[in-house]
Write a protein that binds this ligand. Structure first.
Ligand code: BTN
Length: 253
């Protein structure tokens, strides 16, 4: 029961004021049996989290949203949802932005404008004993009004990129419609259309990158995405490595 015509069918919005992390709120509700499509937002987060346990600056004025999904797929396939959500978010920002704006994606889950990070995604999930997904939380943070200083990467916000003044819900609603559309495509046609669209929108394909992995750093040429969404890296001598998780740094330009 969505009851809100401004949301896609099956989505239910729970808008909170101040929370530790919308992902944590959504996880709690997932464990309590909440349904696919629950969206938790907050005006601010006091313990917003990024990938690898980093903190995510979360003052009022930006968008913090976590969507609970219960996809009927093996847990391993849920990594693809990061690319699904990235496409939805990048397309939404491009449509809301000034004419001619290009919004790009950085593997696996950053959204960039002019090479600077404007949004990040944090996916968290749990598996059932049979290895299929019990639930996945798609957490999205969009720098609408402000962005942090002193980050290890360049950051930006919509206010700085020529967008009209926007309140976070004005970004959330079109994003949820785009997400519903991309999820529908992923469910009906599989990962291939997502992979293709993602490669068209990504930054650095064919270029030299450095990848920070759990225990090592590797570099090479970013040549492709695998049929599961992993990054394919071509190293010196032509050896190809399939990378499932890591932080990308661009070395060209
Ligand atoms: C990253 O780029 O490292 C991911 C950032 C994800 C931030 C969002 S904000 C909403 C949700 N709640 C969190 O605590 N994190 C995600």
């Amino acid at each position: 029961m969505s009851g809100d015509a401004r949301l896609p069918e099956g989505f239910v919005l729970c808008a909170l004021d101040s929370v530790a992390s919308t992902n944590d709120e959504a996880k709690l509700r997932a464990e309590e049996g909440a349904q696919d499509g629950l969206v938790i937002t907050a005006r601010e987060q006091v313990q917003g989290r990024g990938r690898y346990g980093r903190s995510w600056a979360s003052p009022p004025g930006n968008l913090y949203a976590s969507v609970l999904l219960r996809p009927d797929c093996p847990m391993a396939a849920t990594a693809q949802l990061s690319l699904v959500a990235g496409l939805a978010l990048a397309g939404t920002l491009e449509r809301l932005g000034p004419p001619g704006l290009h919004v790009r994606l950085k593997w696996p889950n950053d959204v960039l404008i002019g090479g600077a990070k404007v949004a990040g995604l944090l996916l968290e999930g749990a598996a059932r004993p049979d290895g299929r997904a019990a639930w996945v939380i798609v957490g999205s943070g969009v720098n609408v009004a402000s962005c942090p200083d002193g980050t290890p990467y360049r950051a930006t916000c919509l206010a700085r990129e020529g967008f009209a003044e926007l309140a976070p819900p004005a970004v959330l609603r079109p994003y949820l419609f785009a997400l519903a559309e991309w999820l529908g495509r992923w469910r009906s046609s599989g990962f291939e259309p997502v992979r293709k669209a993602w490669l068209e929108r990504c930054m650095g394909l064919g270029g030299e990158i450095r990848l920070r992995l759990d225990r090592e750093e590797v570099s090479g040429r970013f040549v492709d995405l695998s049929e599961t969404g992993a990054l394919l890296l071509e190293q010196a001598g032509g050896r190809r490595r399939t990378i499932a998780a890591g932080d990308v740094f661009y070395l060209d330009g």
